[in-house]
Ligand binder design. Structure first.
Ligand SMILES: Nc1ncnc2c1ncn2[C@@H]1O[C@H](COP(=O)(O)OP(=O)(O)OP(=O)(O)O)[C@@H](O)[C@H]1O
Length: 882
C-alpha cells in the first residue's frame, strides 16, 4: 500500500449508512484478511505474492520469451548473414526471399499516439522518444493498452478512460510478423524452436474489416475513425448472431476437426453455434401449459379479446393484511412468451398456423382446456374461472384435518450449516489475519436464531382454525397434546401463535375453551397485569371473549417466545422438546438461577398488587438456556373472580409453589412435595445444605398473621414469610446470577460486533449489483418513447466509461488461477470490497476476459466511478430529481 496514500475512510453513503470517520485508511484498512498465497492469479497484483506494477510482464500466449530490441537485431543480422551465404552458394530462392524481420526494425514506425517501454509504469505512462522502437514489437501485438490519462486527477464523465493503441495493433500490419521473423531467423536459440513449434493464433485470422465490431453500432472508435472492424450490422439476426455465417444448411461442408497443432482461429465472443441444437426454453417446466397459454393468447389476439391483466400486482391499498385470505385469492398469471422481443422458430410456426387455421385451433384450444381441467380435477369450471392455488389440498383432506397440522407437510427446512465454517480453526494466525468464522456470529447461536425466526414466521395455508380472532390472524396451534382434558385452569386451554393486524407482531393467544364471562369486572383485572413488566414474566397485553371457535372462549394475549419449552417438558419428560432425561441431576447453580429469576418475577408481581398463582412446572417457560419466564399469569384472576381468595394468602401460596417446584426438580419427581421430609432428605444428598434449607423454608410457610397487613407495606424481617425475606436471604446468589447475566451480555455484544461489518458489505454489494451492467438509464420514458429498458448501454461496452467497473467485478469475484480454475478466496473478495469502500490509492490491474485490454487503475478511481454511476441511477430513479 503506498505510503503517500492519505485517503480518509469514507464508506459509501447507501441511504442510511452513516458511517463514522475511521481514520487513515492506508494505516488501518477496515479489515485485513489473510490472503491465500496459493490463490494468487494472473490477474492479481495484491495479496501475499503482490508484485509491483513495473514487474508486470504481459502474458503472451504463443511466445515463451519476449525479445528485446538487441535480440531482434541479432536475429536480423544472423538472418542477413545466412541469406548472403546462400547467395554465394547459388541458392536463388533462398537469396531472393525477403528478409523477414519485424517491420519496426526496418521502417521507421508510424508515429504512435503513445509509445510504451517494457519497463513502463502504466498508471503514469507518458510518451517516450522513439529510441527504443522494437521494445514492444512482440508484446504490443497481443495487448491493447488502456491508460487512464487522469489517474490522479478527477475522472471526467465524458471520457473517463483515455485509451491508446499501440502502433503494431494496427489492422494493416500482420500482427504475427515480428514473431515469424524471429522464429525463422533464429537457429541458435532453443526458445526460437519453441516458438516455431507453437501455432500463431493470428495466422488464419480473417481480415479485420470482415469481423463485426464488438462495440456494436455505437462504437466510439468508429466515430473517431480509428476502428477497423466491420460495422455493417444489417446482416445480423436480431439475436446477435450473424445469420449468414451461422445458419445451418444442408449444403454446408461436413465438419472437419482441426488438428491439435494446427493454427487455431481465436474464439469470437458471441453465442456458440451449439445453441442452435439447444432445447427450446419452456417456462414453468411444462411444455403443455406453455403452449396452452400461448395458444390462448394468440387466439385472443386474433378474435379481438384481451387477456385480463393479473390482479396480483394491483397497487390498491388493502385493509388489514390477512395472508391466508390473500393467499387463496391470488391469481397466477400465465407466462406469455408472445411479449418477448425475440421470435423463436416455434412461436413463428404457431403464428403461421393461427393465421391460417384459426377455427380448427380454437377447437383445439377448447379440447386442450377440457383435458387440462379434467387432469386437475376441475371439470365443470369455465377456464376463465379457474384459479390454481398450488397449496390447496384436496377438499377431503382439509375436512378431516384436525387442529394440529402435520408440520412436516409444508416444511422446507433451512440448511443451517450452509454458511457454517468448516473444519477446525487455525490458531497460528498473525495478528492481522482472520479466518472466515471471524466474520459471522457463532454457528450455534446463528442456528438457534434462525430456528426461532422460522418458528415465528411459520404458518399453515389450510388450517382449520379461524382465519381471524379479533385483530389476530394466521393462527398456529402450539399445543402438541391433541387429546386434552381439563387443564391447570379447570377448563380446556389452548395456545396459538397469531399475528396482530394492528402492529404485525407475533403473539401467543391462550384460549380458555367454554368459559362464560359473568362479570365485566372479571375481565378488567387484566389491566393490573398489563402494567407488570419483568424480564422473568411472559408479558400480558389483552384479554377478551368471543365465539370465533364456535364456543364461548376467553382469549388472553401474551408475548410469543418461539421454540420455548416448559419446565415440565424439560425436567419431567412430558413434551416434544425434552432433551434431558428426568433421571439426570440438575446442577445446583441452575437451580439457584431458577430461584433468583422466579423470585424476581414474584417480587414485581407482588409489588404490583397481584399474585401469580401459576408457579408450576407447566407454566414456567424456558425461552433459552436457563432463561425462565413465568407464564399463564392473570388467567385465574378472571376465571375465579367470584371465588377469589385474599391476596396475602395467594402471594404466600406463590412462595410455597416456588418451593415445591424447586423441590420437584431437585428430587426429580413432580409430586415430591407430597412427601416433603423424604424429598428434602433426597435433596440433601445431592445438593448443599443452603439449598435444602431454602427449599424447606419455602415449602413450609408459617401460619398467616391475623391482621392481614400486606407484606410489601412493611420492611422485611428474617422471620416474615414473603418475597423480600427470600431475596434478602439469597442476596449472594442474586449477585452471582446478575454477574452471569452481565457476562452473557458482553459475549452477545461481541458476537453482534462481528455482524456489524457484514451489514456494511451487504449494502456495498447491493449497490454494486444495482449498478453493474444496468441497461441504459439515460433516456427518460415518455408516452411515445417508452424507457429503453433492456437496451444494452454503451457505457458498458469496451469503449464505454464504465467498462473498467465491469472489469473490477471480474477482478473481485471471477478470479481464475493460472490453469483457468475458479479461485474462491473470501479473503480476497472482502479485502477488495473494503478497499473499494475506503477508496484507497492502491493500484490494481484489471484485465478483460479475452486478455485484450488492460487497465491500471486504483481503488480510489473505481470508487469514484461507482459513485458517479450510483448518482446517475439514483437521479434517474427519482422523477423529481431528473
Ligand atoms: N407465550 C408462549 N410463547 C411460546 N410458546 C408458548 C407460550 N406459552 C405456552 N407455549 C407453549 O405452548 C405449549 C403448551 O403450553 P401450556 O401453557 O398450555 O401448557 P400445557 O402443558 O398444555 O399445560 P396445561 O394444559 O396444564 O395448561 C408449551 O409447549 C409451551 O412451550
Amino acid at each position: 500500500m503506498p505510503k503517500s496514500s492519505k485517503t480518509k475512510w469514507k464508506p459509501f453513503n447507501f441511504h442510511d449508512s452513516a458511517q463514522a470517520d475511521q481514520g487513515d485508511a492506508t494505516d488501518s484498512a477496515p479489515l485485513r484478511i489473510a490472503s491465500n498465497p496459493l490463490s494468487s492469479t494472473q490477474h492479481s497484483l495484491s495479496g501475499a505474492d503482490r508484485r509491483t506494477v513495473s514487474e508486470y510482464r504481459p502474458r503472451v500466449p504463443y511466445l515463451d520469451k519476449a525479445y528485446s530490441a538487441a535480440e531482434l537485431q541479432k536475429l536480423h543480422e544472423s538472418r542477413e548473414r545466412e541469406r548472403e551465404a546462400a547467395q554465394e552458394a547459388g541458392s536463388p530462392e533462398e537469396a531472393s526471399a525477403p528478409a523477414c524481420v519485424p517491420a519496426s526494425l526496418t521502417d521507421p514506425p508510424p508515429e504512435p499516439a503513445l509509445r510504451i517501454s517494457t519497463n513502463y509504469q502504466p498508471a503514469i505512462a507518458k510518451a517516450e522518444s522513439p529510441t527504443k522502437p522494437a521494445n514492444l514489437a512482440v508484446a504490443a501485438q497481443d495487448f491493447e493498452f488502456h491508460f487512464r490519462s487522469d489517474s490522479v486527477g478527477p475522472v471526467s464523465n465524458e471520457n473517463t478512460v483515455a485509451e491508446t493503441k499501440c502502433p503494431s495493433s494496427s489492422p494493416d500490419k500482420d500482427p504475427g510478423a515480428a514473431v515469424k521473423g524471429a522464429t525463422t531467423v533464429g537457429d541458435d536459440m532453443a526458445s526460437a524452436a519453441r516458438v516455431s513449434a507453437r501455432p500463431n493464433r493470428f495466422e488464419n485470422r480473417p481480415p479485420m474489416s470482415t469481423i463485426l465490431c464488438r462495440n456494436g453500432p455505437q462504437c466510439r472508435k468508429l466515430q473517431e475513425g480509428t476502428c477497423h472492424y466491420n460495422h455493417d450490422f444489417t446482416s445480423m439476426a436480431p439475436n446477435g448472431l450473424n445469420a449468414s455465417k451461422r445458419s445451418l444448411n444442408v449444403d454446408s461442408p461436413a465438419f472437419t476437426p482441426t488438428p491439435k497443432n494446427a493454427a487455431v482461429q481465436p474464439a469470437k465472443v458471441g453465442i456458440s453455434p451449439k445453441t442452435v441444437a439447444a432445447a427450446t426454453f419452456t417456462p414453468r417446466g411444462s411444455g403443455k401449459r406453455w403452449k396452452k397459454s400461448y395458444l390462448r393468447k394468440r387466439a385472443d389476439k386474433l378474435s379481438g379479446s384481451v387477456t385480463p391483466a393479473a390482479q396480483s400486482h394491483s397497487k390498491e391499498p388493502s385493509g388489514d393484511f390477512i395472508p391466508q385470505q390473500a393467499f387463496q385469492q391470488t391469481q397466477f398469471q400465465e407466462f406469455v412468451p408472445g411479449q418477448s422481443f425475440l421470435t423463436s422458430p416455434q412461436t413463428k410456426l404457431i403464428d403461421e398456423q393461427l393465421e391460417t387455421q384459426q377455427p380448427q385451433l380454437s377447437q383445439q384450444i377448447t379440447a386442450f382446456d377440457n383435458t387440462f381441467l379434467a387432469q386437475q380435477g376441475l371439470t365443470g369450471l369455465d377456464a376463465s374461472q379457474t384459479q390454481i392455488n398450488p397449496y390447496v389440498q384436496q377438499a377431503s383432506t382439509v375436512g378431516n384435518q384436525p387442529f394440529f397440522q402435520d408440520a412436516s407437510t409444508f416444511k422446507h427446512p433451512l440448511n443451517y450449516h450452509l454458511y457454517a465454517s468448516i473444519g477446525p480453526r487455525r490458531e497460528n494466525l498473525m495478528a492481522y489475519q482472520r479466518s472466515t468464522a471471524d466474520f459471522f456470529i457463532p454457528d450455534d447461536l446463528r442456528e438457534e436464531l434462525q430456528r426461532k425466526s422460522e418458528a415465528t414466521l411459520q404458518t399453515y395455508a389450510n388450517s382449520a382454525l379461524p382465519q381471524a380472532v379479533e385483530y389476530f390472524h394466521s393462527l398456529v396451534a402450539l399445543d402438541t397434546n391433541n387429546a386434552k382434558g381439563a387443564s391447570t385452569f379447570g377448563y380446556q386451554s389452548w395456545i396459538y401463535k397469531a399475528t396482530s393486524s394492528r402492529d404485525g407482531h407475533t403473539y401467543a393467544l391462550r384460549r380458555i375453551e367454554g368459559f362464560r364471562l359473568s362479570s365485566e369486572a372479571a375481565i378488567r383485572t387484566i389491566n393490573s397485569w398489563k402494567r407488570i413488566t419483568n424480564a422473568s414474566t411472559v408479558r400480558i397485553y389483552d384479554a377478551f371473549t368471543g365465539r370465533w371457535f364456535g364456543d364461548s372462549s376467553l382469549i388472553i394475549v401474551t408475548d410469543y417466545h418461539p421454540r420455548s419449552q416448559t419446565l415440565a417438558e424439560k425436567h419431567f419428560a412430558v413434551g416434544r422438546h425434552t432433551h434431558r432425561s428426568s433421571a439426570q441431576v440438575t446442577p445446583e447453580n441452575d437451580l439457584w438461577g431458577y430461584i433468583v429469576q422466579l423470585a424476581s418475577a414474584l417480587k414485581t408481581i407482588h409489588e404490583g398488587g397481584v399474585a401469580a398463582q401459576t408457579v408450576i412446572p407447566s407454566k414456567v417457560l424456558l425461552t433459552s438456556k436457563n432463561r425462565l419466564r413465568l407464564n399463564g399469569c392473570g388467567v385465574f384472576d378472571i376465571l375465579q373472580y367470584e371465588q377469589r381468595k385474599p391476596l396475602p394468602e395467594l402471594q404466600r401460596a406463590d412462595l410455597q409453589d416456588l418451593g415445591r417446584l424447586i423441590l420437584g426438580i431437585a428430587a426429580r419427581n413432580p409430586t415430591a412435595h407430597q412427601n416433603t421430609p423424604k424429598s428434602l432428605e433426597l435433596v440433601s444428598r445431592s445438593y448443599s445444605e443452603r439449598l435444602r434449607s431454602c427449599i424447606a423454608w419455602l415449602v413450609a410457610p408459617p401460619p398467616l398473621p391475623q391482621d392481614g397487613v400486606q407484606p410489601t407495606e412493611q420492611p422485611a424481617t428474617s422471620t416474615e414469610y414473603n418475597i423480600h425475606t427470600l431475596l434478602n436471604n439469597i442476596a449472594d446468589k442474586v449477585i452471582s446470577t446478575f454477574d452471569s447475566a452481565l457476562h452473557l451480555e458482553d459475549e452477545i455484544t461481541s458476537d453482534l460486533m462481528r455482524e456489524l461489518e457484514n451489514g456494511r458489505l451487504v449494502r456495498l454489494l447491493t449497490k454494486i449489483n444495482v449498478i453493474l451492467e444496468r441497461p441504459d438509464t439515460s433516456s427518460t420514458p415518455t408516452a411515445n418513447t417508452p424507457a429503453a429498458l433492456n437496451q444494452p448501454s454503451a457505457a458498458w461496452s469496451e469503449t464505454g466509461e464504465r467498462y473498467y467497473l465491469k472489469l473490477f467485478r471480474d477482478y473481485v469475484f471471477h478470479q481464475v488461477d493460472q490453469d483457468g480454475r475458479p479461485v474462491l478466496d473470501l479473503g480476497h473478495i472482502i479485502t477488495c470490497l473494503n478497499k473499494l469502500d475506503a477508496g484507497i490509492d492502491e493500484k490494481i490491474q484489471l484485465v478483460s476476459r479475452d486478455e485484450q485490454s488492460l487497465f491500471i487503475t486504483s481503488y480510489k478511481e473505481v470508487k469514484r466511478g461507482f459513485e458517479a454511476a450510483w448518482a446517475e441511477i439514483s437521479k434517474a430513479s427519482n422523477p423529481s430529481r431528473r
